[in-house]
Design a binder for this molecule. Structure first.
Ligand SMILES: [Zn+2]
Length: 209
């Protein structure tokens, strides 16, 4: 997806009268640029583009006058930087995530690797006609020689849920731990202690699993 496609849906409300002009110009400017995966990169590209187009640094600025947008009258040609930072950018990110979510669903099943590569083996997301089900892998170690794995339903959600928010909440739930050694989320059954996963524990502490 490129920025022009992302910017096809416009905000219903603008900050000042120069904003819709700037929107169109950014969309043209970035029409061949692919939207990056990382939200921070998306924001950085838009901010850089605003600065290129208006010729002003957005730091410590709340409004910028762009002469070619001006058609006379009060506030004509004025761009609201506050609007761009606090409304337009979140609006674009939200639309991007929505698009990403839609494109990740193929045949009712969600390819989570696009969003969270490392969770591929431990989270699965399926869509039926009326809901989305998030399941998480759990491991029962009561017999260490042959642990039993099973899938538990974490949540059943409406179709218009925000999966990125839900998955982020799941990562902070009782089902997951965070290994400070390899800096990644692991399901609780793969944690050795509160702050270290089993892989790291066998690597660094010589524990045997
Ligand atoms: Zn680890």
């Amino acid at each position: 997806m490129n920025f022009k496609e992302l910017m096809q849906i416009k905000p219903k409300q603008w900050g000042l009268r120069g904003d819709p002009h700037l929107w169109d110009e950014i969309s043209e400017h970035l029409q061949h640029e692919e939207v990056p995966k990382d939200q921070k990169d998306i924001e950085a590209i838009i901010v850089r583009c605003i600065e290129d187009i208006t010729g002003c640094s957005i730091e410590n600025t709340s409004e910028v006058f762009v002469e070619r947008y001006s058609q006379g009258g009060m506030s004509s040609g004025v761009v609201s930087i506050d609007f761009w930072l606090n409304k337009a950018l979140p609006f674009l990110i939200e639309n991007y995530l929505h698009n990403l979510q839609e494109s990740c669903f193929r045949n009712m099943s969600f390819d989570i690797t696009t969003m969270y590569e490392a969770l591929n083996d431990s989270v699965r997301i399926n869509r039926s006609n009326d809901s989305i089900k998030i399941e998480v892998l759990s491991i029962d170690w009561s017999n260490p020689d042959s642990p039993i794995t099973s899938w538990s339903v974490y949540k059943q959600l409406p179709l218009d849920c925000k999966l990125n928010v839900e998955v982020n909440t799941l990562l902070r739930s009782k089902y997951f731990g965070y290994c400070e050694s390899c800096n990644s989320y692991k399901i609780i059954g793969h944690m050795d202690s509160k702050k270290m996963c089993q892989c790291c524990a066998s690597l660094h502490l010589g524990k045997i699993y």
